[in-house]
Write a protein that binds this ligand. Structure first.
Ligand code: CAA
Length: 390
């Protein structure tokens, strides 16, 4: 039985910062951000949004289409968890009213957590062919005001239903993993923003891409010409562009053109929301499917490169399923991005600073999310409360 992604949902915040405005506030040439980094806007999460609300809202996009009697597993991958002990997935499970019988937990390995979850879900469905699994990558990327990583912040979640005989993409057997214990990006327990050796992190990313891509090609007797597209973890789109240049280096001219065009489509959403950490690779995949100017061929092979600092890399691939386009929510996503509120730099700085403060044991929060979406409603005795906006 083929196993893969059957449904996919995406959520981001309802506010953003235009990076032209950030460039002017920081005294930087706007082209550094737009071209040099390859980002236009970044999503900004306020106090009433966290990785739980983003995870819930991304899954609500397709939940009505899920047969809950078959669901056996719920995994949330995140770098920006909301509790040192309790899994974010329990809050998500409760809000979505999922069965108490499912197995559910949170996975951490920087931006790799959702891929770890996806691979576990693939194995789970292989072992339990009548069951399905939900895997969510949800994060708020915070580096801090006036840091070199500031322009590469962002927020959002991508949720995937993993099932047998999937409607969107069926994974090929196998994968190529590579790990090393290094300090390119990390966040000690008492830090709310990431520590990063930025330039080093980009070198390691490329090294891990080359390593896992070469291994995958050798294992499966493939070349770059065999791919319709390769999608990447996009901490910022220029990072993926550098990896894609390595991928196409030995490709035939027509394959190179195809891989370069499809790379551009895969970056459209990432440019608008910034780094989603765990969700970023899967947003690139969704962006490719929803922004390519023609429907991709059934059976087209799509590569996935996942990278989590610290560091863990993995390359895997899948083949698109005929009719996949009927399972996308392109118009909804375009509207969601278009209807966000633009913040001034002063508003962004104020919101950002507030989200770093420790909350008291008891507090009630309100939210301006649209009705029907979930928000973080505050704490009661330090226990987090989530509500559906009426
Ligand atoms: N016009 C066009 N391009 C310009 C320009 C201008 N006016 N001015 C500068 N540039 C270009 C530079 O030439 C450079 O291009 P290349 O990379 O092609 O050489 C690019 O803009 C960036 O310039 P700098 O290297 O000088 O930028 P910086 O010192 O401000 O740092 C960064 C950039 C290292 C990415 C920093 O933003 C950062 O640390 N970000 C966070 C770390 C990160 O995202 N790492 C990615 C790999 S780790 C990972 O993937 C996990 C994860 O999600 C964190």
């Amino acid at each position: 039985m083929k196993i893969g992604i059957d449904r996919i949902g995406f959520a981001t915040t309802n506010k953003y910062l235009d990076l032209d405005d950030l460039a002017s506030a920081r005294g930087v040439d706007p082209n550094k951000f737009k071209i040099g980094i390859g980002q236009n806007k970044m999503a900004v999460a306020d106090l009433a949004e966290d990785i739980v609300t983003l995870a819930i809202n991304s899954t609500l996009e397709y939940l009505a289409e899920v047969d809950l009697t078959k669901l056996g597993l719920l995994i949330v991958g995140t770098e920006s968890g909301i509790d040192q002990s309790k899994s974010a997935s329990l809050f998500v499970k409760e809000a979505l009213n999922l069965p108490n019988e499912i197995r559910t937990f949170e996975v951490k390995e920087a931006c790799f957590g959702a891929t770890a979850g996806l691979m576990m879900a693939r194995d789970y469905v292989r072992a339990h062919p009548n069951h399905t699994a939900i895997v969510i990558g949800s994060d708020i990327a915070r580096y801090g005001l006036q840091t070199s990583g500031e322009v590469t912040q962002g927020a959002g979640a991508v949720s995937m239903l993993v099932a047998g005989d999937p409607h969107i993409i069926a994974f090929e057997e196998g994968h190529a993993s590579y790990s090393e214990d290094i300090n390119d990006f990390w966040r000690p327990n008492n830090f709310k923003t990431a520590l990063v050796d930025g330039k080093y992190s980009t070198e390691i990313y490329l090294k891990f891409f080359q390593q896992t891509f070469d291994t995958y090609l050798a294992q499966n007797k493939l070349t770059a010409d065999d791919f319709a597209a390769i999608t990447y973890h996009l901490p910022f789109t220029k990072m993926g562009l550098k990896a894609n240049r390595l991928a196409v280096a030995a490709a035939a001219p027509d394959s190179r053109a195809r891989l370069e065009d499809n790379f551009e489509y895969s970056t459209k959403y990432g440019r608008e929301v910034g780094n989603l950490y765990t969700g970023s690779l899967y947003l690139s995949f969704l962006s490719l499917l929803e922004n390519a100017d023609t429907v991709l061929q059934p059976g087209a092979r799509i590569g996935f490169f996942s990278y989590g600092s610290g560091a863990m890399g993995e390359f895997f691939a899948g083949e698109l399923v005929a009719g996949y386009e009927q399972y996308l929510k392109k118009e909804l996503h375009r509207r969601m991005l278009a209807e966000r509120r633009k913040l001034t730099v002063a508003e962004y700085e104020d919101i950002f600073t507030k989200t770093l403060a420790d909350l008291p044991a008891d507090i009630e929060l309100t939210s301006d999310v649209t009705p029907g979406k979930y928000y973080f409603a505050g704490q009661s005795g330090f226990a987090r409360q989530y509500r559906n906006k009426k």
